[in-house]
Design a protein around this ligand. Structure first.
Ligand code: SF4
Length: 241
């Protein structure tokens, strides 16, 4: 193991076996987050990480060696609002998924953005409810065959970053797991400012989404994100500072 990885693991992670499937993007996002915190030299005792239910909730809890709140499905932003209002001296970070954050918790998301609640939300968008077995989410691309739509998802998916931008967020960005340096830099930028900050990360779930689209190799999924971003079919970047 490279010494940098060992250093980050020992400083920021609890010694627990991972719950992520091999090749899951959540591990990459966790790495980008701890790299950002370490490069900024933020005291980890000043970070509170809040998550709801879903695979992305595990990014912070139980792995991150910071104070964590592991809450109920879709309600991470509501709990985080309480922390943010009572302890403005802390950096409040929510880790959520597309089902958790934009589906079940969608109302909390848009209103926290509208109110400018002081928190950073990192929303992992893998296009599906992964932990519960592969049901359609509000981000599932139209036509994809899921457990709940075996003949193809008939609806138009949410563009979550645009939704949060329209709701009035102070910082909005979107990256993919093919853009880890940009993602880390965005997390650094967002951690240094206040207001409602939102970063969407398009990520691979080889186990469920990969299986239904017939691409279970995580590397191929990541390269596909890069290709789509290069063609402009996935828009990446910082949309508001
Ligand atoms: S089910 Fe999908 S999102 Fe969940 S840990 Fe496995 S690969 Fe990751």
């Amino acid at each position: 193991m490279a010494s940098r990885t060992r250093y980050l693991r020992e400083k920021y992670l609890r010694r627990l076996p991972t719950a992520f499937c091999p090749g899951c993007g959540n591990g990459q996002i966790l790495r980008a987050f701890v790299e950002a915190v370490d490069e900024l030299g933020i005291d980890k005792n000043k970070i509170v990480a809040v998550s709801g239910i879903g695979c992305s909730a595990w990014i912070s809890s139980p792995y991150l060696r910071v104070d964590t709140l592991h809450t109920t499905h879709g309600r991470a932003i509501a709990f985080a609002t309480g922390v943010a209002l009572s302890r403005p001296d802390l950096k409040v970070v929510v880790f959520t998924g597309d089902g958790d954050g934009a589906g079940i918790g969608g109302n909390h998301l848009i209103h926290a953005a509208r109110r400018g609640v002081n928190m950073l939300v990192i929303l992992v968008n893998n296009g599906i409810y992964a932990m519960t077995g592969g049901q359609s989410a509000p981000t599932t691309p139209r036509g994809v065959k899921t457990k709940t739509h075996p003949t193809g998802f008939p609806e138009r998916p949410f563009d979550v970053a645009s939704l949060v931008l329209a709701a009035g967020a102070d910082y909005v960005a979107r990256w993919t797991t093919a853009h880890l340096v940009q993602l880390k830099n965005s997390i650094k930028e967002a951690l240094e400012i206040t207001g409602f900050r939102f970063i969407e990360v398009i990520s691979q779930c080889p186990t469920h989404f990969g299986r239904i689209i017939g691409v279970t190799d995580p590397w191929r999924m990541i390269m596909r994100f890069k290709e789509l971003a290069d063609k402009g079919e996935i828009t990446v970047g910082v949309f508001k500072r």
